[in-house]
Design a protein around this ligand. Structure first.
Ligand SMILES: Cc1cc2nc3c(=O)[nH]c(=O)nc-3n(C[C@H](O)[C@H](O)[C@H](O)COP(=O)(O)OP(=O)(O)OC[C@H]3O[C@@H](n4cnc5c(N)ncnc54)[C@H](O)[C@@H]3O)c2cc1C
Length: 355
């Protein structure tokens, strides 16, 4: 048992299953486990459920979800959340799973960077292309200031009220926070490498109004250095698009350069990998460690296609395998939601109380 399980800490919470990743496939895994009467805790490093659908293309239409000729990516996530509701999964969002450790009794100790600790009977990794990480400010020595004066997300907006702010980026997050913080900050500069912005047109228009009324300024250019004063960050040096070198003083730099996926800790948990994906069989979708299953974009097997549809199928079969793993003595038989009273009871749609 690792040091992390030292007696000084509170005991981890025992749970039936843990799903790592709340993308479309992780969300459907809640449903498939729920139909079989198995409860799940689900963890994602992002602050909201939805994986790639929500993070990368929320407004794009998807055309290959069975029986939904057209469905917005965010709409699909909303529907999956609605469908999973009867099963009361516990969501741990904004937490990266950093540790998975098999225990002697066949269970797994799961720990997140935020300090959540669970003991799971079975584990499903639905980690997609990995956990999304913010793209960092590419300046030597930036680590020294990250979390203190250089930020990649806003935890408490009030921390920035009355401060001199430099916001970097040209997408929705950069523009939303620019508009939100502009009149609350002491000063605000928006730094973007070009004149065009990728954010919602209404937000861009509002930002331009704030510039016109002298409440903030835009600098077109690229940060190429940091200036320090007594161990504090004093601002960034910037090479502007029109060829000048300028200094922008700031107490806080908020860099919104988007997110990129990182397989990260999943690669270190001892499961067999092939081309940065977890090898599974196609009967149970089990990894090389019994009791750890992998579904969706994170897994690989002969003929694998990284489609949401494939992930849904994998989640259904993995649920049966997990049921067998947790309750090997239980007889398994296929039931239809249309006719199974027990499933309808679990779904909360049964008309009469049936056992
Ligand atoms: C632009 C675009 C368009 C697409 N269009 C289609 C389409 O039309 N049809 C289709 O079928 N597919 C499409 N796809 C692919 C589809 O989005 C993926 O197949 C699907 O999102 C995979 O779902 P998933 O749940 O396996 O993984 P993901 O959606 O990647 O979700 C995985 C989640 O796991 C989390 N995670 C990973 N590691 C950890 C960790 N250690 N701790 C905590 N959380 C972690 C991540 O933060 C993420 O939220 C498209 C993809 C893109 C980028």
């Amino acid at each position: 048992m690792s040091d992390i399980l030292s007696a000084a800490q509170a005991a981890p919470t025992p749970v039936e299953t843990v799903i790592i990743g709340a993308g479309p496939v992780g969300l459907f895994q809640i449903f498939e486990l729920g139909l079989l009467g198995i409860n799940a805790h689900i963890i994602d490093s992002l602050a909201q459920a939805g994986g790639q659908c929500t993070e990368l293309y929320p407004d794009k239409p998807i055309y290959d979800i069975p029986a939904l000729p057209i469905c917005g990516a965010q709409e699909l996530i909303d529907r999956l959340l609605e469908q999973a509701k009867p099963f009361h999964a516990t969501f741990h969002l904004g937490q990266e799973v950093t540790e998975v450790q098999p225990l002697e009794d066949g269970k797994f100790h799961v720990a997140t960077a935020a300090g959540t600790r669970l003991i799971a009977g079975a584990l499903v990794i639905a980690g997609g292309v990995g956990s999304f990480q913010p793209r960092r400010l590419a300046l030597p020595g930036v680590e020294e200031f990250e979390g203190r004066q250089v930020h990649y997300r806003v935890k408490a907006a009030t921390d920035f009220h009355g401060r001199d702010l430099l916001i970097c980026g040209g997408g929705d997050s950069a523009l939303d926070w620019t508009v939100d913080l502009c009149e609350k900050a002491r000063s605000l500069t928006l730094l973007h490498r070009r004149a065009e912005f990728r954010a919602a047109p209404a937000t861009v228009a509002r930002m331009r109004e704030l510039v016109d009324s002298g409440k903030m300024r835009i600098v077109e250019g690229i940060a190429n250095g940091m200036r320090k004063h007594n161990d504090r960050l004093a601002g960034l040096d910037v090479h502007t698009a029109d060829g000048r070198d300028v200094h922008i003083p700031a107490e806080h730099v908020l860099a919104f350069y988007g997110l990129h996926p990182k397989l990260g800790p999943i690669a270190e948990w001892g499961m067999e990998l092939e081309k940065r994906a977890l090898k599974v069989d196609t009967e149970k979708f089990q990894t090389s460690i019994p009791g750890i299953f992998a579904v969706g974009d994170i897994n690989t097997y002969p003929g694998k296609k990284k489609l949401i549809l494939s992930g849904f199928h994998e989640a259904a079969l993995a649920a049966f395998a997990i049921q067998h793993h947790l309750f090997p003595e239980k007889r398994q038989f296929l039931q239809y939601t249309t006719t199974s009273p027990i499933m309808q009871k679990r779904l909360g749609v049964a008309e009469t109380d049936t056992h």
